[in-house]
Design a protein around this ligand. Structure first.
Ligand code: IPM
Ligand code: MG
Length: 362
């Protein structure tokens, strides 16, 4: 198969991890006989520096014309004081909105060889297999007004949490469809004891549940969910929640797997190309030093193979290769506890590449 991929390396460690993930895509192409072609475009702070726009028109155009998009990360201290429309993060938010990527899938599992290295007890994290489904184009991130105010001469600010029925329906439906293919349980997370938007969310979740008799629906308040993710993460199968709650809970859940540097994500629309990206940020403090863990981006490539290209066995091969590489003992700095040595970003990729196309993985 031939596939056209837009690469959005972005800022900080973004370019490094995207470069490594492309090496993996190339290897998959060679081994399985596919042709992946790439077009690189600017997003985030890098795009602000070059084009005074965190999402230039030509970037959006390239994304729309591609079969899938691989993104590194955006943001950094350099742009922290820029006005809102020129912040790197605005580029990411705009592209999510422009491509209607309402559904953000963030799977959380644990690689066998890292179980003993999680900061959470082994018997709590063993066997965890959870899918966070985060609403990505609504809620507090996009509600209007969002601005500075003057309240009786005092400086103030407002952001707005608003959801329309259609926005809630489509994400809840997505969660149920995914749960049908997995453990058949949906946990809808909200703050219905306080927020009106959450009460609408809960009401709609109950309605949609009627269309999925095989799937069990439960509700949980977000503060409790934050606690339960650490106390007993295995109770979750599919966890669906609004944008900001999902942002926070997915960073928390990443610690179950041992490092923020391990978790991939896919942002999908009803039709059209999706964005595949690590859930970690741009980590400007370690950028350019070869310290970044490329595995979250490599696992995002596996999600791309699976969801965008329907290449199940190729996706499997990438995930098994990550497992095998970790089993062989290589660790980037974020995975090193105590006094083990660590490998660089590209050495970690070398280790993964060595297991793609071998008998063990294919
Ligand atoms: C994420 C990130 C983004 C978000 C930032 C960079 C805008 O934290 O993808 O989780 O908050 O959605
Ligand atoms: Mg986040």
């Amino acid at each position: 198969m031939k596939k056209q991929i837009t690469l959005l390396p972005g800022d900080g460690i973004g370019p490094e991890v995207v470069t490594e993930a492309v090496r993996v895509l190339d290897k998959v192409g060679n081994v399985f006989g596919h042709e992946f072609t790439y077009q690189t475009a600017a997003i985030g702070g890098t795009a602000v520096d070059q084009f005074e726009d965190p999402l230039p028109q030509q970037t959006l155009q390239s994304c729309r014309e591609s079969d899938a998009i691989l993104l590194g990360a955006v943001g950094g201290p350099k742009w922290d004081s820029y006005p809102a429309h020129l912040r790197p993060e605005k580029g990411l938010l705009r592209i999510r909105k422009e491509l209607e990527l309402f559904s953000n899938l963030r799977p959380v599992s644990i690689y066998n060889s890292l179980i003993s290295e999680s900061t959470i007890k082994e018997d709590v994290v063993r066997g965890i297999d959870l899918l966070i489904v985060r609403e990505l184009t609504g809620g507090l991130y996009f509600g209007e007004p969002s601005e500075r105010l003057d309240v009786n001469g005092e400086e103030a600010a407002v952001d707005t949490l608003s959801y329309k029925r259609s926005e809630i329906e489509r994400i809840i439906r997505m969660a149920f469809e995914l749960a049908e293919l997995r453990g058949k349980k949906v946990m809808s997370v909200d703050k219905a004891n306080v927020l009106e938007s959450s009460r609408l969310w809960r009401q709609i979740a109950n309605e949609i549940a009627e269309d999925f008799p095989e799937v069990t629906l439960e509700h949980m308040l977000v503060d409790n969910a934050a606690m339960q993710l650490i106390r007993n993460p295995r109770q979750f199968d599919v966890l669906v929640t609004e944008n900001l709650f999902g942002d926070i809970l997915s960073d928390e859940a990443s610690m179950i797997s041992g490092s923020l540097g391990l978790l991939p994500s896919a942002s999908l629309s009803a039709e059209g190309p999706g964005i595949y990206e690590p859930i970690h940020g741009s980590a400007p403090d370690i950028a350019g030093k070869g310290l970044a863990n490329p595995l979250a981006t490599i696992a995002s490539v596996a999600m791309m193979l699976k969801y965008a290209f329907k290449m199940e066995k190729e996706a499997e091969a990438v995930m098994s290769a990550i497992n095998a590489a970790l089993d062989s003992g290589v660790r980037t700095a974020d995975l090193v506890y105590g006094n083990q040595g660590s490998v660089t970003t590209s050495e970690m990729t070398d280790a993964v590449l060595a297991y793609i196309g071998t008998e063990q993985t294919n």
